[in-house]
Design a protein around this ligand. Structure first.
Ligand code: PSU
Ligand code: MN
Length: 301
């Protein structure tokens, strides 16, 4: 299995020395944000992790190898090259055999991070159950239910059916923790009316919960919902009509499968004149801060 993996020297050293490592996904770079904001964000996220003395491991597929940790040149390539595809977990055998390059979704990144021995992962918003199509369930949820990794996110993406997404996580025994929030954050929006089972206000409490999760050999991960900073939060009244219009347009255009999430995100960005993109960047950075602090504490306590 490991012959499909290629570790950056920095990540290899950190893992060998039991130093903190934070996994980062790459679909947000290849399909979530436009160039050059995607590249700037990818680099900024790695820089934030380093400020916390944590080694960032951005995960992607490059020329048929699973890369754990990217060089700046590799990040530049992924951010610009039009041949780069979006790979969820089920796409891994295909892209690896074709020796092409891909951004990895949360599901694919979770799989690769766990195989590499990385236990904390920060992303923007996870996939979930789609609105109006309860059969369209992101593989992100299935993987979260089957991978013992802590995932820091700003809730599920607001384009989704949030109550159904929460129900799914409950059914599959994934602990969902609000970090400094009582309700599920909705990606672009810091608060919703969806109450979470537990609120935690400090990193050591998260560490204690995770250690127990791992000691009990849960198969599942733990979802840590960290709201977007207030200053960049977009009120529900503003974002909801925009999302509804984007979903309608996607249905009219017959957009399905893996194309739907990138389509909706870019439609919402266009309709908000980039405001949603700014929110997206702000919330990911915030998730990297919390994920890095968590990874650091896990390695040192
Ligand atoms: N979060 C973002 N932007 C994104 C994504 C998440 O801020 O582009 C990506 C993640 O990689 C996530 C994927 O795993 O969207 C979900 O896609 P789907 O709904 O097709 O499973
Ligand atoms: Mn889907």
């Amino acid at each position: 299995m490991q012959n499909y993996f290629d570790y950056s020297p920095e990540v290899r050293d950190a893992l060998d020395d039991n130093k903190p490592v934070l996994a980062l996904e790459s679909t947000v770079i290849t399909h979530g944000l436009p160039y050059p904001q995607n590249l700037e964000t990818g680099l900024a996220l790695e820089q934030i992790a380093r400020e916390y003395k944590v080694t960032p491991a951005t995960i992607a597929i490059m020329n048929g190898k699973i890369k754990i940790g990217l060089s700046t040149q590799e990040l530049e390539f992924l951010a610009q090259d039009k041949s780069v595809v979006k790979a969820s977990k089920r796409d891994l055998p295909v892209v690896l055999s074709q020796k092409i390059s891909a951004g990895t979704t949360v599901a694919a990144t979770l799989f690769c991070a766990a195989a590499a021995g990385i236990r904390v992962f920060s992303t923007g918003g996870i996939g979930g159950v789609h609105r109006g199509d309860a059969q369209d369930i992101s593989a992100d949820l299935i993987e979260l239910a089957n991978t013992p990794v802590a995932v820091v996110c700003a809730g599920a993406k607001a384009i989704l059916d949030l109550p159904r997404t929460l129900e799914f996580l409950e059914t599959y025994s994934v602990p969902v923790v609000g970090f400094r929030t009582d309700t599920l954050p909705a990606f672009y929006t810091e608060k919703t009316n969806y109450k979470l089972p537990i609120r935690v206000d400090d990193i050591p409490t998260l560490v204690a919960m995770l250690k127990i999760l791992w000691q009990l050999h849960f198969n599942s991960g733990m979802l840590i919902a960290n709201p977007i900073p207030t200053i960049d939060s977009i009120p529900t009244e503003i974002i909801e009509p925009v999302i509804a219009a984007a979903i309608k347009e996607a249905n009219e255009k017959g957009i399905t499968g893996k194309d739907i999430t990138p389509f909706l995100l870019s439609e919402v960005a266009y309709a908000t004149e980039g405001k949603s993109q700014q929110a997206n960047i702000s919330l990911i950075k915030n998730n990297v801060r919390v994920g890095a602090e968590l990874a650091y504490h896990l390695a040192h306590h």
